[in-house]
Design a protein around this ligand. Sequence first.
Ligand code: KG4
Ligand code: ZN
Length: 340
Amino acid sequence: MKILAIESSCDETAAAVTEEKKILSSVVVSQIAEHAVYGGVVPEIASRRHAENIVQVVKKALDDAKASLSEIDTVAVTYAPGLIGALLVGVNFAKGMALALKKPLIPVHHIRSHIASNYITNPSLKPPFMCLVASGGHSHIVMVNDYTDFKVLGRTVDDAAGECFDKSARTLGLPYPGGVHLDKLADAGDASLYNLPHPHVSGKYDMSFSGLKTAVINLVHNEKQKNGELGEQMRADIAAAVRCRVCDMLIDSTMRAASDFGVKQLAVAGGVSANSELRRRLKKECRCAGIDFYLPDLSLCGDNAAMVGVQAYYEYQNGHIAGSDLNAYATMPIEKDYEN
Ligand code: KG4
Ligand code: ZN
């Protein structure tokens, strides 16, 4: 079954052609350079660029897969959660395609699709497993009971881990989105020189990143007052301390949940799963705990449509098919199946 998948939930316009867990093509057009000028995603600009790019992106995905429209069996699209105007571009385009092709339309939840990126890199992975999903907008510890059956065990009570990375990076003068730049800078730093807070929250597997974000802003401000502009080594040391503390919080909650629930398989997903320290440390923790550990390929950690196509395959198997009244939603719990 060939699926044409579309993703436009934030600042990447993406389309892919997939067949079960196999990628036949995957095209991602990023708007990052344009949003970087403003230090964050400007929703109105994102919607306009999606509308401008989507025809070419879908056409390229079909061309790269050497697939004609008549070979497409279903059309899949991210319908929630995300920026509403951005989502609507993809949803309306997919609705039009499905209607014109007379093929089923499959709505896909963004976080479910991030989790599905693991099936592409590790085709042997099957539920049940636990997944840490950390991105710019979400930080969830999810039990994946089955391909379309999810239970959130823990989540951030305030900011997402990616938001904490991005704001800390901005404070250190790094370009947007700063997570990847902070990760590189941290490699040259000593994480032990700054004692950043590790907040504890009441939910056993919940996390909190906003206090850490504020502490980094205050730390940089104070260092600048004392010493003027920060030197390269001091910036690297602060970056290393931030990276270490974000990883501490993600790993502590994840491994506590894994132990309590007797988890045998653990996966990570979302943009922050590209973080080198998180990947390294979780791998080691899982080896020590006798848990099989799964990571998506770096190219699949950020937003893309291949993961949407793969999750759509399982949504379709479970009869989650939308009508032409499909709407987009800025928020939507991962547990909730699409209801027609
Ligand atoms: O999943 P994603 O592409 O978009 C959302 O759904 O939010 O995640 C983007 C987030 C950004 O906050 C970005 O800075 C972060 O993932 N990120 C990283 C790294 N690469 C991307 N954070 C830490 N280390 C990285 N290497
Ligand atoms: Zn995402």
